[in-house]
Design a protein around this ligand. Structure first.
Ligand code: LLP
Length: 432
């Protein structure tokens, strides 16, 4: 469910016309729907209500302060992977005591910051990291709250670049080694063992791998609760969204933007996991990223040129792989629709950006609405891993971001001024 739909021939985000936003704020422009963010959060918490879970939103998916504020107000904690993300959460008014800190490369400085801010727990990803956290905590006269990330060696059946729970991946501690590590950790003065964590991958479209992983990990969690008094099990994030909606039979509108019928809904996810988790009697944490923000955002882009090469048609737009890298990096599919549906004429084309790389493409040989120069397209499901993965390649400023609430819209990130791109640079002393 999301709040982007046509009113007449105009794409709207909630009660606001997307074309009007593009005119006012320019393009490329990320537009987020607050109602969709809240709806996604509520559907997940309602589905998992029997477990009374703590949601720790994985802000790597979208860390705009306004997005964080939305979830903080709903009671969310956060799953973070850097000191920068912790500072962002604090800047947005989030509660550090509801934050879990993941990542294989936590620096000493990041560990000190997290301890000082009183985070809920570290998700420890290696033996040397555990020793480092212990050393720092002892020096600070603290007990560091810790969960170990268990790598259950379960294939998530998703894109190789976003699979994390097999022994081919750098993440977590091998299942067989976890019990021994807790036994050693229990003797460390700076460590307080609080939980067990897992995360097997991202954009999972079936509940089966989650179920398989939880079946494997639950008995271990039980054993650790009995031996070491751990209080929680975090099942990570990873619930996928519908990037390519299937058309219902008889539907001819290829720009249809509904839910695919086979989507991994919160209800299906909950139905698979509640029976496995409830008997444990442990507090449950979840770390959703994409499923909360993915379909709550679009990237609006203006058509600069239509280029016919004899062989192909290219729609050249003002957004590029630096704004949304997913198609270039993962061959990810994002639905592309017209912001203003004028005539229902179509064209088979590639939508490409202005960057000097052949990979700078949003789709290939796709049937698209025919939008002329100056018209706008919307790239859907760009709310997760969109703006956060953007960069300044080709000295392109970071796009602006707008949050919509009903009929209101607010700029929640200004378009980056071009000078800001090189603000930290200077010629070497001898070049003056
Ligand atoms: N927890 C941990 C420990 C994670 O590593 C991740 C994502 C999450 C939670 C949230 O996963 P989600 O619910 O969003 O699937 N850039 C890629 C996705 C990378 C995911 C990294 N880890 C993409 O654009 O598809």
């Amino acid at each position: 469910m999301h709040e982007f739909r046509y009113v007449g021939n105009q794409l709207h985000c909630e009660g606001v016309s997307v074309a009007a936003l593009a005119r006012k704020h320019g393009t490329p422009l990320f537009v987020y729907s607050e109602a969709t963010l809240k709806g996604n959060y509520q559907r997940l918490t309602e589905a998992l209500a029997p477990l009374n879970p703590q949601v720790c939103y994985a802000l790597k998916a979208n860390s705009n302060l306004a997005v964080l504020r939305t979830f903080a107000k709903l009671g969310a904690g956060f799953d973070l992977v850097s000191g920068g993300e912790l500072r962002r959460v604090i800047a947005a008014g989030g509660d550090p005591t509801k934050c879990v800190f993941a990542g294989v490369g936590k620096t000493e400085e990041e560990i000190r910051l997290a301890l000082k801010e009183g985070i809920h727990s570290f998700n420890v990803e290696s033996e040397p990291e555990l020793e480092r956290i212990d050393r720092i905590a002892v020096k600070m006269r603290r007990k560091a709250p810790v969960a170990v990330r268990v790598n259950p060696d379960v294939d998530a059946h998703t894109h190789a670049k976003i699979t994390t729970g097999t022994y081919e991946n750098k993440f977590g501690i091998a299942f067989e080694r976890v019990a021994g590590l807790y036994a050693r950790a229990a003797k460390l003065k700076g460590i307080r063992l609080r939980g067990l964590q897992m995360h097997i991958g991202s954009q999972l479209t079936s509940a089966e791998p989650f179920e398989q992983a939880v079946r494997k990990v639950a008995p271990l969690a039980k054993e650790l609760a009995e031996k070491h008094g751990i209080e929680f099990l975090s099942i990570g994030g990873g619930v996928g969204i519908v990037y390519r909606p299937a058309l219902a039979s008889g539907e001819k509108e290829w720009w249809f933007t509904g839910e695919g019928r086979k989507a991994l809904t919160p209800a299906r996810y909950a139905a698979a996991l509640i029976p496995l988790l409830q008997p444990l009697g442990l507090k449950v944490l979840v770390e959703p990223g994409r499923s909360l923000v993915g379909n709550a955002g679009i990237l609006v882009t203006r058509v600069e040129y239509l280029k016919q090469t004899g062989r192909k048609t290219f729609i050249i737009v003002d957004a590029a792989m630096n704004d949304l890298i997913r198609p270039a990096f993962y061959e990810a599919y994002h639905e592309i629709v017209a912001v203003e549906r004028r005539a229902r004429r179509t064209v088979v084309a590639d939508v490409v950006g202005p960057i000097c790389e052949s990979g700078d493409s949003f789709c290939k040989d796709r049937m698209l609405p025919r939008v002329g120069e100056g018209g706008c397209l919307a790239i859907l499901s760009a709310g997760a891993y969109g703006s956060v993965m953007s960069c300044n390649y080709n000295s392109r400023p970071l796009a602006a971001e707008v949050l919509v609430n009903g009929k209101r819209a607010a700029v929640v990130r200004e378009r980056q001024p071009v000078e800001a791109i090189w603000a930290g640079e200077k010629p070497a002393g001898w070049q003056r």
